[in-house]
Ligand binder design. Structure first.
Ligand code: MG
Length: 368
């Protein structure tokens, strides 16, 4: 079986809440999604999606996905979509770096592998654990009262894990974290995620001010790994790294330095499900709990994330994002939906999604 054609769609995804804001005044009002369809010479079709969180969250941006696919795509025609490690080697040989560009291709080929073998992707990734897994919601940066109200709204939907977007000013951030922590229900987890937005002195002040709160975690306080490590050494709270763990090497170093208690694995940041599985399995060996997610996404990216999350041992699955619950548009039938704060991967072969062509429109371009 060979890859015969790659079709690229652009889909704008409006946000249910109108905007999503995080540290440093950054934010988005809609997501710019790239959906791809990979057709094979055997008539089997796979789907993938990549949605950077705007152009300033990671070194990725939505038009870059499409530009990268124009560059990468011709090198993939004629390759097997079933030999995922070989396909990833071929992608790395054709385009250095730019993991996010490769992510949608890799996801689409896992979809094909699942359809060909008659297995859901989570079975191929190691096997499903239980009936469902817990998800979290990110609480957009706002006033303390607004963030408490959002968390209460999400709690009413069955969620118990809240990731607060912080990183505007120290005193406001301390107030945000304190307000949501104190309003939390027993068993709730409150993660204060600065998304690289604090300088070290700011992070130190926040960490000291909230260190008595028993339900609070600190996530990616500063931009660089070394800055985060210095905060970690003074932080009595559980510590999560996200943006700076962009390679297996970075993960190994962080583990050796005792720099983290949990890690955030984003499928597109590491280059797709093949590489995310490597991270996931290494974290399993090292005993590092994971948040399994992507930068953002609609039904198709969420399906891929759900298959990885559902095949992650429950005690190591810190949480999983409910990406498609943030957006108004459903891009595919069969995608996971949140019920009582939990989701499940499809039991159908492949990703288990059937894209809604009216939502995708006509392809922007095709590579054959
Ligand atoms: Mg984060």
């Amino acid at each position: 079986m060979k890859i015969a054609r790659i079709s690229v769609f652009r889909v704008m995804l409006p946000l249910k809440e109108g905007s999503y804001k995080w540290s440093g005044g950054k934010g988005v009002t809609e997501y710019d999604s790239t959906v791809i369809r990979v057709d094979t010479d055997a008539g089997v079709t796979g789907w993938g999606e990549c949605v950077p969180l705007g152009p300033v969250y990671l070194p990725s941006y939505a038009p870059g996905v499409r530009t990268g696919l124009r560059e990468l795509g011709p090198a993939l025609i004629g390759l097997s979509p079933l030999r995922l490690p070989q396909l990833n080697r071929a992608m790395d040989a054709a385009l250095k770096g730019h993991n996010y560009v490769k992510s949608a291709v890799d996801i689409a080929c896992w979809d094909i592998l699942g359809k060909v073998t008659g297995q859901p992707v989570c079975t191929l990734l190691g096997g499903r654990y239980g009936d469902s897994f817990p998800v979290y919601r990110a609480v957009s940066l706002g006033t303390p009262d607004a963030m408490v109200a959002r968390a209460a709204e999400y709690r009413a939907q069955g969620l118990a894990h809240f990731q607060l977007k912080v990183g505007s000013s120290v005193d406001e951030d301390i107030a945000r974290i304190g307000a949501v922590s104190e309003a939390a229900a027993p068993g709730d987890v409150v993660v204060a995620d600065a998304n690289t937005g604090w300088l070290r002195h700011e992070a130190m002040r926040v960490v000291h001010a909230v260190s008595h709160l028993g339900n609070v975690y600190i996530e990616q306080p500063c931009l660089s790994y070394d800055e985060c490590l210095s905060i970690r050494r003074h932080c009595p709270l559980p510590f999560v790294l996200d943006e700076c763990i962009d390679s297996i090497d970075a993960l190994i170093r962080a583990h050796a330095d005792h720099a983290l208690d949990a890690v955030n694995i984003k499928v597109s940041r590491v280059g797709g499900l093949t590489r995310a599985r490597e991270f996931r399995d290494l974290c399993g060996h090292l005993g590092i709990p994971m948040t399994v997610e992507d930068t953002a996404g609609s039904s198709i990216a969420m399906a891929a994330v759900a298959h990885l999350a559902h095949s992650t041992p429950p005690e190591l699955l810190f949480s999983c994002a409910a990406h498609n619950e943030r957006v108004t548009l459903v891009t595919a039938e069969g995608a996971p939906r949140m019920t009582d704060g939990r989701m499940s991967a499809s039991t159908a072969p492949g990703l288990g999604v059937e894209p809604i062509m009216d939502a995708l429109g006509a392809p922007l371009f095709e590579i054959a």
